[in-house]
Structure formats: C-alpha cells, structure tokens
Design a protein around this ligand. Structure first.
Ligand SMILES: [Zn+2]
Ligand SMILES: [Zn+2]
Length: 755
C-alpha cells in the first residue's frame, strides 16, 4: 500500500482511490498535481455500516485537499461529506450542482435517521458517522456550480457537464497547469423518460476517470425492458400477487413511476379502474418530489414539453399514491409498491420484503444496481430463506418470484466505449466497478486500442485498488493565453489570412501550447510576439503586449536596460569620425571640442572631447584615447553598437584608414566604395533576419552583380527576400510576410542614412 508519503515528481499526476477502487460504493478519489490536491466524491459503502462504510480517510491527510467536487447526490458518492467537513481536518472548498445540493439535504437527513436507527439496534452510539447538527452546519459551506461555467480555485479550474444518470449529476473536467482530467462520476448515455444523456465535453482530456459498473455487459434495448417490466407487473397483479420494487428514493424511482403511471392510464380497464393501487413508499417522497418539480427545466425536451403543454407537472402522478410509512397501508389485495431503500438493507422496502417474500404469488422486482454484500444482491440468488433484520434469530422462508430488469442509469459497454473514444484521453483510470467486470472492461479496452500500442498515442488503462496510487508522467504542458491587445492583433491577422486563403479550417487560435510534443499543422499557427508572464501560483501563462503589461499585471513594470562599453582606441578622432560617417551618415554632434566635425562650434579647451549620437539612441563619447559607448538595449541599438564597436576596434589597423584619413565624408564616393556600402547594408539586413529567424533563414552572397536573395523556410511557410531591394518577393503566409516586411523596414531605417 502506498500513500502520500512517496515522493511525487513535479510533472507527475498522482491518482488514488480512498474508495470506489475495484468496488461499487464509497466513491472517493484523490488527484495531486503540481502541489494542488483535488478530491472527487465522498460516499459511503451501502453494504457496510458506521465507520466501516467510509472511504479510507485515515490513509490520506485531508487537510491538504484544496477542492472537493461531489458528482451527484447518491449515497455512494455524497453521504460521507458531512463527516469529512465536520469530523476531520479537511479545510478545502466543496462544490456540487444546485439540484444535487437541494436533494442532498433531504437524502442525508433521512440517512442520519436510518443509520441512527440501525446503530441503536447494535447499541453502539459511536457508529453514528455524524448528526443532524453536523449536516446543518456543513450544508451552508457547500458551494454550488452551474453547468458549463468554469470555476478557478487557486489555479485549479473545473467545469461541470451533464452526466445523465440522475437529476443534477455532473461530470467534472478539472484543469491544473494545462493538464486536463475528466471524471465521469456515474453516467448514462441513454435519453430516458426524464433525463438527457451525458455530454461529451468539447475540449479533450489527458486523463479520463470513468465508471465501469457494467463492465463489458450490454443493455437490452430500453423499449424491450419497459415492456418486460410492465408485463411482469401486470401478470403478477392479475394472479392476485403483490409487487415489490425496491428503489432508491430518488432518480430511478421517478423514472419507474413515469413508466407505470403511463401504463396504468393506458390499461385502466384491465387493471380494474383503480382496483390495483400503485404506491410509492418513502419518508422523502413528497419533499424530493417538490425538488423534482422545481428542476423540470433541467430535464429532457420530452418532460419539458409535457410540462408546458399540459400545464401540469409530469411528476404529479394520477395513478400513484404516496405512503410516508406502512401504518396507513391497508394490505388487502394485489398492489404495486415502490419502496426505498433500493438495496433492501433496512427501512420500508426491507419490512415489505420480509412481509411478502413467503407468498409465492408475489414478485420482488429489482430494477437498480445492487452492490455486493447487500440484501438486494443476496435475494437475486433466490435463497430459500432470508434473515429477519429486527430478529436475526428468525429465518423467513422465501417463495416469491425474484426478477431483475435493470433500469440503472449507467452506461453499458458499447456506450462506455463510444464515450471513451470520443473523449480521446490516452490515460484511462477505471473506477466504480466490482473487480471482475472492471477487469473485463480493462481487457476489452486494451484490445480495442491495441493498434496504438507502442506508438505516441498508446492508450493506457488502469484499474487500481483502493489506496494504490497511479503515477502518470507528463511533459510540462504549457499553454499561454493571449490577453489584451494581442488577441485583436491575432484575430485581425487571422481574419486577413482567412480572406486571403479562403480556407474554412483556419481557426482563430487564442491559445498556443506545446502538448505532448504533438506535431502541429504549421499552417494553423500564427506567430505572436509579446511578453510571456508566468504566474507560478495559479499556473497562468499569459501573453500580453508591452503596452498592456501594466493593465494585466499590476505588479510588473518594464525596465529599460542601458548598456555601456568602454574601449581604448589608437587613432585620431578625425579618422574615427570619417569611418563613422561612412557607415552611418549624418550623426548628431553633442560635443566637439576640437571642431573635427565642422558642425559643432570649435571650443578648444584642452579637453578635446567628442560626443556623437548615432542612429537615434547610441551615444559615443571619446576623450583622449578612451571611447565609451552607451545605448538602451534593443535589437536595433545592439546592432548599431556592435557595428560602432567593430569600427572602434579595427580603425587603426584598417589599410584604408590611412588612405582615407585625409578625406572627409563630404567627398564624392568612388564606385568601389558604393559597392562596399551595399554589401555592408545587405550583411546588416541578413544579420537582423538571422537574429529573428535563426537557422530558418539563409542567404548567399553572389558576386555576379545580381540582386542578393535570402530565403526563409518555417515548416510549410516559405519566403524569398530580395535583400538588395529590401522586398519580399514570394511568401505563402501573410503573417510571415508581415513579419519580414517589418524587419526589412527596421533594417532599411538602420542602413538608410549612409552617405
Ligand atoms: Zn449514482
Ligand atoms: Zn454510484
């Protein structure tokens, strides 16, 4: 057994189940990545009681959990939440959807009652996990999340998607530092009588944590199951029998009621016009029904249409009566009873089972998923006797008929596989399944994806036991989000690109990232320049333009770096000035004590200082034989400074220096000199291009006197540049062309003032 004491590398995602690993029940999973901890679900195990029903909370330091997400209100996903919030050192924030929170409240207050009744029978008060007060105190601290809206808690982002299954059930897509993990919770991909099927989140996920309840089993078509259900019930009541349908108070109970209510209306004559009653027995029936009535708008079109058209609520049934307890129930003849809890552990459904199971005309019809170790699972073995819950000494004979028709809203193999393929995650973690079906599902998935084995897209499938961690390594996933002005720049560039190429598949990409080294279609990429700001705490990586920096990152400012270099020179200032004129043409004269430039006033004062401003921002100061260059860092200034430095260092040894020393720049230039200048210009431009494009840029100096051309190849984008005429001659990408043109214009500014 491993736990959080093991070292977790910076790039690995750790997953482990505190419950729900190789079992159905006490769902609870932990995700750790980049120092963040997310907990998924906090359920109880329906086959156990008291502390034994909890996930293995002692195996994990709950104080480290940042966020706890509850997928839906079922007890195996939510019922230990008050325990976590009130009885442990958990300090994180808790989220669930609105309907889940509304129903959770009623369900858990009932759960407290039922379990405290259960525990008094064991005369052990400590077995109470929590009290009504715990429930009430923790309830207000539960935050709600709307479907499809993103919440960000200190860098942990998550979105809820519809999961089908039961009202309010959510899948969560969690994103930490660009890594996306999808947790399905319990989900169904079938549109039933009141709910839509689960959604596939629009953006891909790196890791999928998926339920495996039905393993590789296939559901019979729904229409057949409905027919079987109504026929079985019909024939049982016709022979004078009673039908017991153990149901979970909420969710599937309402689904079965929708089926039965419709059937009873359609077959009123045969069923003796109300002579065969249908009951729904649950302490919560009425309260929960009002929640269902409230959330009709979250259900499917069919239900919403019924609600709109008939002006009556589809959850107000004509043929079904509510029973709060069995005292008011007069058991005189055939009847149909939906009763909770669904797994016959205790309560109303258990009382009715013990009462009716000796009668051979009667029928117990299991419609939900039955967890190992519960009475519902046991009764399906058709035992001769069952133990009485209130008097364990007594065995009750079982003669009634037992049938199972599943209306459990979980995906079957075909639906699960289809969903898994659509999500496209390369790492799949199976949860919420008994060992055998889960193992079979793992084998089936591996064989389904076997063609990808040993490729980059290999799909890995895990079925970890509780408290056994799965560590997944990820290369740093970096996604930078462009914000502010840059977004407009990108979209206008892309707009232009779209018009030019009239292609429909070039999408504006506001997010640029390097995934798992996936080669990207170069044509779909747009080159964006800006400042990359990384927020280590929230894992935000933002690309902003310089002008926006202060708006988006108050704590950051821009700094201008001044550079200064001093060299000693061994030549006359006149000679130096002449060389500088050759290269830069007119220069601003700041100080000229000796009157070398014939521009400044000659002020012989012995100091003999010369100071020039070259190309706008580079200052050269010469006193005696010490030359000092000063400039603000930047691509143009650096280039200019480099060139000046080259002159400073070479001027004394250059053979032309002596020859030219008597000439000044006002003299006419020889043809040879012009050619020399042209070549120098081209070299400077080429140098700028190399700085910008690196190895992607190449050019060849041609002695033939023709125009000198350079070329750029970046993936599928290519360009030919005429370096002599400073023109882009060919280019198949507009953004690239724009970028080259701006470099050429910088470059021409740089070399233009040559005299
Ligand atoms: Zn469920
Ligand atoms: Zn479940």
């Amino acid at each position: 057994m491993t736990n959080d004491r093991g070292q977790l590398s910076k790039t690995s995602l750790r997953f482990y189940s505190l419950g729900g690993g190789n079992e159905v029940g006490r769902s609870c999973h932990i995700l750790q990545y980049k120092g963040k901890t997310v907990m998924l679900d906090a359920g109880v195990h329906p086959a156990h009681q008291g502390l034994a029903s909890l996930p293995f909370y002692d195996e994990f330091d709950l104080s480290t959990v940042d966020v706890l997400l509850i997928s839906h209100f079922h007890l195996d996903h939510a019922a230990s939440l008050p325990y976590v919030m009130q009885r442990t050192n958990f300090r994180g924030r808790v989220f669930m959807t609105h309907p889940t929170k509304a129903i959770y409240r009623w369900l858990l207050s009932d759960f407290v009652k039922v379990t405290s009744i259960g525990s008094t029978s064991f005369s052990d008060k400590d077995e109470n996990l929590y009290t009504d007060e715990d429930l009430a105190e923790s309830f207000d601290r539960i935050e709600t999340i709307d479907f499809h809206s993103t919440i960000d808690v200190n860098g942990i982002k998550f979105v809820a998607f519809h999961a089908g299954h039961v009202l309010g059930a959510a899948m969560f897509q969690v994103e930490i530092a660009g890594l996306k993990i999808l947790f399905t919770g319990d989900y169904s991909r079938e549109t039933d009588r009141h709910l839509n099927s689960a959604e596939v989140p629009p953006s891909s996920s790196d890791v999928l944590i998926v339920e495996s309840t039905f393993g590789t089993a296939t559901h019979e078509p729904r229409i057949n199951r409905e027919k079987k259900l109504t026929q079985l019930i019909h024939s049982t009541v016709m022979r004078g029998g009673r039908v017991l349908l153990p149901v979970f108070a909420l969710g599937r109970a309402q689904e079965i009621m929708l089926i039965l209510d419709e059937y009873w209306s359609q077959h009123a004559d045969e069923l003796g016009n109300g002579q065969v009653p249908v009951f729904y027995a649950s302490n919560l029936a009425k309260k929960c029904m009002s929640v269902f009535q409230t959330y009709v708008n979250m259900m499917n079109d069919d239900i919403r249409k019924k609600f709109r058209d008939s002006q009556s609520n589809p959850f107000i049934f004509k043929n079904i009566s509510y029973l709060k307890n069995l005292d008011e129930f007069q058991d005189f003849g055939p009847s149909v009873m939906l009763a909770s809890p669904g797994m016959l552990q205790n309560g109303l459904s258990r009382d009715l089972l013990e009462k009716w199971c000796p009668g051979e005309k009667n029928l117990v019809l299991i419609t939900g998923y039955s967890v190992e170790g519960t009475m519902a699972k046991f009764i399906m073995l058709e035992p001769d006797t069952i133990p009485s819950i209130n008097n364990p000494e007594i065995n009750i004979p079982r003669r009634c008929q037992i049938e199972e028709i599943s209306f459990a809203a979980h995906v079957d193999f075909r639906e699960n596989l289809e969903f898994i393929e659509k999500v496209g995650a390369r790492n799949i973690i199976l949860v919420h399944g008994e060992s055998n079906p889960m193992g079979r599902l793992k084998s089936a998935l591996l064989s389904n994806f076997s063609a990808l084995k040993n490729t980059e897209d290999e799909v890995r499938v895990f079925n970890p036991r509780n408290c056994i961690s799965v560590d997944l390594e990820f290369k740093g996933v970096k996604v930078a989000k462009a914000i502010g002005n840059i977004v407009d720049e990108v979209s206008s560039t892309l707009h232009g690109l779209k018009e030019l190429e009239s292609r429909s598949d070039v999408k504006p990409q506001k997010e640029h990232g390097e995934g798992d080294g996936e080669p990207k279609d170069v044509e779909d990429e747009t080159i964006v320049a800006g400042i990359l700001v990384s927020d280590e705490k929230n894992f935000d990586l933002n690309l902003v333009s310089l002008s926006d920096l202060r708006d988006y990152h108050m704590d950051l400012s821009t700094t201008v770096l001044r550079e200064r270099q001093t060299v000693s020179i061994d030549c006359k200032k006149e000679l130096l000035y002449w060389h500088l004129c050759q290269m830069f043409g007119d220069m601003e004269v700041l100080i000229d004590d000796a009157g070398i430039t014939h521009k400044g006033e000659s002020k012989p004062n012995g100091s003999d200082e010369l100071e020039l401003k070259i190309m706008g921002d580079v200052k050269l100061n010469v006193i005696k034989n010490v030359a000092t260059l000063e400039w603000s860092q930047g691509i143009i200034n650096d280039t200019v400074a480099d060139s000046i430095m080259a002159i400073l260092l070479s001027v004394d040894s250059s053979p032309s220096s002596v020859k030219m020393s008597s000439r000044s720049c006002e003299h006419d230039h020889s043809h040879e000199q012009d050619q020399h200048n042209d070549l120098w210009k081209i070299k400077q431009i080429a140098r700028l291009c190399t700085e910008q494009f690196g190895d992607c840029f190449s050019y060849k100096l041609d002695e033939s006197g023709q125009d000198i051309k350079g070329s750029i190849t970046m993936g599928k984008n290519t360009a030919v540049i005429n370096l002599t005429q400073l023109k882009v001659e060919e280019c198949n990408s507009n953004p690239l062309k724009g970028r080259i043109e701006s470099i050429l214009s910088i470059g021409s500014d740089l070399v233009a003032p040559l005299c």
